[in-house]
Design a protein around this ligand. Structure first.
Ligand code: DGT
Ligand code: CA
Ligand code: CA
Ligand code: ZN
Length: 566
């Protein structure tokens, strides 16, 4: 399908036009076309064959002609002419958070900057800040943006990495019917971002497996191919290392390549202290292998309980790994409901009924619909009359779909002035209230959250740090003060399971648990498929050592409602 290629071209076309100061409506038209194609599930080529391009919203004749030109020739002449005199490295800089086409035009024309490094130099020597409309604050923001951008080039989100790994493993299994092929590395540890994907397999047919692997349809480049291992780079730029190991060493290899490195070093030292040797082939006493077939065996022979992969970060897990002392981490099957999702009443594409039906398939007993409140105009926030309509609809579905309880919730904005977006007499009518900051990030965020937590109708603080892993650092807050208030007021803190948030993160979750704070997991889904992100939430919860008791989503509906603050 050519859809995604066209999405990228139209987006870049719009950027280039905006950079050149072209007509506002023309720019808007290309951005809209890009968005429409991005959401299109049909193949544009097929639609063109059926003469249906004009039925797409926002695709007028001029743009339809360009789509057809691209389908026929692989080029769009107008686009190529437009970008011809703009250095490619310059347009790439638009990937940096906090740099838009207009800022880019200014730095290009006034500072002659063409690359990221040149921009950094001009920020450091103060020339950037002196440009009209820029200033020190903007300079600092762009510097942060550059750091985030560089990090995002090196690492991928857990969602993208696990999708690629699933697809690759399914492909290999379909071609050669191999049983033992599993992810290791940071992906198995459930880390929020992944540098490269490590896969381990066990087979007698090395050659056949490696040959199949390097022919993976999503391969851009084969980096190395030997007799027991190979590496490829996928079309998305992700490196995948595949290693084949013997059955007698499978557990040892899995342990070794799951890491983390710091965890492994500690384990090796424990082995040494007991006059044993640990490596990727097994645990040895002299020349004799005493463990290595399974991971459990290795931990057991080192005198330790089996440590779940998500805990292997050398954050104290080895010290407590006497049998019986490892926490019994939450399992996906123990999650009885999703406590944050949006419906078509605000900015989601999913209808309430669709969300409820999907939730029953996931085995849930309840879900919380938490749309945006009225001041979130950008997200079609709910005025009180539409809220009432939504409640009636929820009541109706609750009668029609008895397998699940749809809870009435809201993600109420904590406004820049510190007030909540609805009065108490409205808030008290919800089953559960999430309060979140979406505007005025750095205006007394700590105080505003504390005020929200002191309201007895606020049950949950949504995405408490506000970070976006790929593009935003988050609010300027005193997280310790926020945890202290959460603990005193009995407010739950959210673990937002959307893969670009994962907020609270693993480290904060562990502190929250130690402080006695309850955690509420929500996917913040804006589509039916988004409900599946719960797995990233569970992985992050496990990395924060959370047990079922720490997470309100494991409670029965009765207990959940009884556990709200009074
Ligand atoms: P990533 O890929 O940056 O997200 O992180 P990992 O943890 O997947 O790291 P990676 O791919 O470099 O290596 C995979 C595992 O292999 C790592 O977690 C532990 C193990 N490993 C790699 N290099 C060493 C090493 O020098 N010493 C030890 N003990 N283990 C290592
Ligand atoms: Ca890795
Ligand atoms: Ca690796
Ligand atoms: Zn939100």
């Amino acid at each position: 399908m050519k859809n995604q290629e066209l999405v990228a071209i139209f987006e870049r076309f719009a950027d280039a036009l905006e950079f050149k100061g072209d007509n506002f409506f023309k720019i808007l038209a290309y951005r809209k076309a890009s968005r429409v194609l991005n959401e299109l599930t049909d193949d544009v080529a097929v639609m063109h064959e059926k003469n249906q391009l004009h039925t797409l919203p926002g695709i007028g004749k001029a743009i339809a002609d360009k789509i057809i030109e691209y389908l026929n020739t692989g080029h769009i002449r107008k686009y190529e002419e437009t970008i011809a005199d703009i250095p490619a490295s310059l347009l790439d800089m638009l990937e940096i958070p906090n740099i838009g086409p207009r800022t880019l035009a200014i730095i290009y024309h006034q500072l002659k900057v063409k690359t990221i490094n040149e921009l950094k130099k001009n920020i450091k020597n103060g020339r950037f800040a002196k440009l009209p409309g820029m200033g020190d604050k903007k300079a600092a923001n762009i510097m942060k943006g550059i750091e985030l951008y560089k990090r995002s080039l090196e690492r991928m989100s857990i969602a993208q990495a696990s999708d690629i790994a699933d697809d690759l493993i399914e492909y290999i299994k379909s071609v050669i019917g191999i049983e033992k092929i599993v992810p290791a590395g940071s992906l198995r540890r459930g880390k929020e971002t992944v540098g490269d994907i490590d896969i381990l397999a066990c087979t007698k047919y090395n050659k056949k497996l490696l040959n199949t692997f390097i022919k993976y349809p999503g391969t851009r480049q084969i980096v190395a191919a030997g007799t027991t291992k190979a590496s490829i780079i996928t079309d998305d730029g992700m490196q995948i290392d595949l290693r084949i190991v013997r059955a007698t060493s499978f557990g040892a290899a899995l342990q070794y390549f799951t890491g983390s490195k710091a965890h492994n070093i500690k384990l090796r030292n424990i082995a040494k202290a007991r006059s044993m040797k640990l490596n990727e082939y097994g645990l040895f006493k002299g020349k004799k292998q005493i463990a290595g077939k399974t991971e459990e065996g290795i931990y057991r022979r080192l005198g330790l309980a089996m440590i779940p992969p998500e805990m292997r970060e050398d954050r104290g897990e080895i010290e407590i790994a006497q049998p019986g002392n490892i926490p019994k981490l939450v399992d996906r099957s123990e999650i009885l409901g999703d406590l944050h999702m949006h419906s078509s009443y605000s900015d989601s594409e999913a209808k309430i009924q669709e969300l409820a039906l999907r939730a029953t398939k996931l085995g849930y007993k309840y879900i919380l619909i938490a749309d945006h409140s009225k001041s979130a105009y950008y997200a079609h926030g709910l005025e009180i009359d539409r809220l009432k309509k939504q409640w009636q609809e929820i009541d109706r579905f609750n009668r029609q779909i008895p397998e699940i309880t749809i809870l009435k919730g809201i993600e109420v904005d904590i406004l820049p002035n510190g007030r909540l977006d609805y009065p108490d007499n409205i808030l008290k009518q919800f089953d559960l209230v999430i309060a979140s900051i979406h505007q005025g990030f750095n205006r007394n965020a700590t105080e505003r959250m504390i005020t929200a937590m002191e309201n007895r109708h606020v049950d949950i603080i949504g995405h408490p740090t506000g970070r976006l892993i790929s593009s935003r650092e988050g609010y300027t807050i005193d997280i310790n003060k926020i945890m202290e208030t959460a603990s005193i007021t009995g407010t739950w803190l959210e673990l937002n399971a959307f893969w670009d948030r994962l907020d609270l993160n693993d480290i904060h979750l562990k502190t929250a648990k130690d402080t006695g704070i309850k955690i509420s997991i929500g996917t913040d889904a804006h589509s039916v498929e988004g409900l599946d992100w719960i797995k990233y939430g569970v992985a992050t919860a496990r990395r924060g050592w959370l047990e079922p008791e720490d997470i309100v989503n494991t409670y029965t509906l009765d207990r959940l409602l009884r556990s709200r603050k009074k």
